[in-house]
Design a protein around this ligand. Structure first.
Ligand code: NAD
Ligand code: UDP
Length: 315
C-alpha cells in the first residue's frame, strides 16, 4: 500500500497451521496483522514468536460471533480442516463456515475491506471429473459426515458471491487442495501428520481402505505465495481459483515415501475407509498459472523432509 499508512490485515484462524504461516509472511512484509482465533485446533505456540512484534496482535474470538475492527484486508481461514477435527462438533463446523462468513463479510462491507475466503477442493466432493477445474460443480453428499465441512464451505462461497453481486464487495475465493508442512498438529488426524508421527514412533501406519485413493499434496510455502498473490492481484480477478500441487499420489505411495524418508520400520496396516472419502483429487491449475502467474515449486519428497524435520523435534 502506497503512502504512510500500513495495511491493516485481519487473519481469522491465524493461530492454525496455514494461518500462522500467513501471519509470518504478512508481519515480515510490514503489514499490521490482527490474528483472530478461538484455539479449537490452533495454538498460541504457532504464533508465539510473533507476539513481541509491534505489528502483530493476537485476539481470542470465535468468528460465529460478530467482530468489530478497522481493517483493509481480511483473510478468512477460521475452520478446522482435518476431517477428524471438524467432525468432533459438526454443528459448530457449519456455524463457523456460514456464520463466520456472514460476520466477516459484514465486517468487510462496513470497512470497505477486501476479503479472501479459504475455500477447499472439498466443494468438488467425490469428483467424477479429473483433474478438477473450477467450472466443475462437484458431487457432494448433503447429509453425510463430511457435509458440515463441504456444504459449509459451499455455502460460504455462495455468500461471498452474493455479497459481490449485491453489495459490490471486493472478494477473492481460493479453493485450497491438500496442503501440509510444519505446524500441523501431530494429533491433527490428517494423513501426512498421521503417517509421519506413526513412522517416527515406530507405530503401525494406518492406511484407510485399499490405499489406492489419491490426493495431490501442496507444501505450505507454495500455498502462502498463492494466497498473498491472490489478495494482491487486481480486484477484477475474484476466482474461484484452485491452488494446490498437481502431482498425484495414492495413499499407499505416500505411506511408502514417508517410510523411505524416515527410515522407519513401521508396518502398514489397513483400516476401514471412512464414509464419503473422495476417491481421487488433483487440481487443474490452468487458471492459477494464467491469472496469478503462480505454480508450486516444492516437490513432495522435499516438503516431506522439511515436515519430518519439524515433527522430529517434537517427539
Ligand atoms: P487448522 O485446523 O490448523 O486451522 C484452523 C484455525 O481456525 C485454527 O487455528 C482454529 O483454532 C481456528 N478456528 C476454528 N474454528 C474457529 C472459530 N469458530 N473462530 C475462530 N477461529 C476458529 O487448519 P488449516 O489447515 O490451517 O486450514 C486453514 C483454512 O484453510 C481452513 O479454513 C481450511 O478449511 C482451509 N483449507 C485447508 C486445507 C489444507 O489442506 N490445509 C485444504 C483446504 C482448505
Ligand atoms: N488417510 C489414511 N490414513 C490416515 C489418515 C487419512 O489412509 O491415517 C487417508 C484418508 O482416508 C484419505 C486421505 O488419506 O483418503 C487424505 O485424508 P485427510 O484426512 O488428510 O484429508 P482429506 O483429503 O480426506 O480431507
Amino acid at each position: 500500500m502506497s503512502g504512510m499508512l500500513k495495511r491493516r490485515v485481519l487473519v481469522t484462524g491465524g493461530a492454525g497451521f496455514l494461518g500462522s504461516h500467513l501471519c509470518d509472511r504478512l508481519v515480515e512484509r510490514g503489514d499490521d496483522v490482527l490474528c483472530v482465533d478461538n484455539f479449537f485446533t490452533g495454538s498460541t505456540r504457532n504464533v508465539a514468536h510473533l507476539l513481541d512484534r509491534e505489528n502483530f496482535e493476537l485476539i481470542r474470538h470465535d468468528v460465529t460471533f460478530p467482530f468489530y475492527a478497522e481493517v483493509d484486508e481480511i483473510y478468512n481461514l477460521a475452520c478446522p480442516a482435518s476431517p477428524i477435527q471438524y467432525q468432533l462438533d459438526p454443528v459448530q463446523t457449519t456455524k463457523t463456515n456460514v456464520l463466520g462468513a456472514i460476520n466477516m463479510l459484514g465486517l468487510a462491507k462496513r470497512c470497505k475491506a477486501k476479503i479472501l475466503q479459504a475455500s477447499t477442493s472439498e466443494v468438488y466432493g467425490d469428483p467424477e471429473v479429473h483433474p478438477q477445474q473450477e467450472s466443475y460443480w462437484g458431487r457432494v453428499n448433503p447429509i453425510g459426515i463430511r457435509s458440515c465441512y463441504d456444504e459449509g464451505k459451499r455455502c460460504a462461497e455462495t455468500l461471498f458471491f452474493d455479497y459481490y453481486r449485491q453489495h459490490k464487495l471486493r472478494i477473492k475465493v481460493v479453493r485450497i487442495f491438500n496442503t501440509y508442512g510444519p505446524r500441523m498438529r501431530p494429533d491433527d488426524g490428517r494423513v501426512v501428520s498421521n503417517f509421519i508421527m506413526q513412522a517416527l514412533r515406530g507405530e503401525d501406519i494406518t492406511l484407510y481402505g485399499d490405499g489406492q485413493q489419491s490426493r495431490s499434496f501442496c507444501f505450505v510455502d507454495d500455498l502462502i505465495d498463492a494466497l498473498v498473490g491472490m489478495m494482491d492481484i487486481a480486484d477484477e480477478f475474484i476466482g474461484p481459483v484452485n491452488i494446490g500441487n498437481p502431482d498425484e499420489f495414492s495413499m499407499h505411495e505416500l505411506a511408502e515415501e514417508v517410510l523411505r524418508l524416515t527410515g522407519s520400520r513401521s508396518n502398514i496396516i489397513h483400516l476401514p475407509l471412512p464414509a464419503d472419502d473422495p476417491r481421487q483429487r488433483k487440481p487443474d491449475l490452468t487458471l492459477a498459472r494464467q491469472m496469478l502467474d503462480w505454480h508450486p515449486i516444492v516437490p513432495l519428497s522435499e516438503g516431506l523432509k522439511r515436515t519430518i524435520a519439524y515433527f522430529s523435534q517434537l517427539t
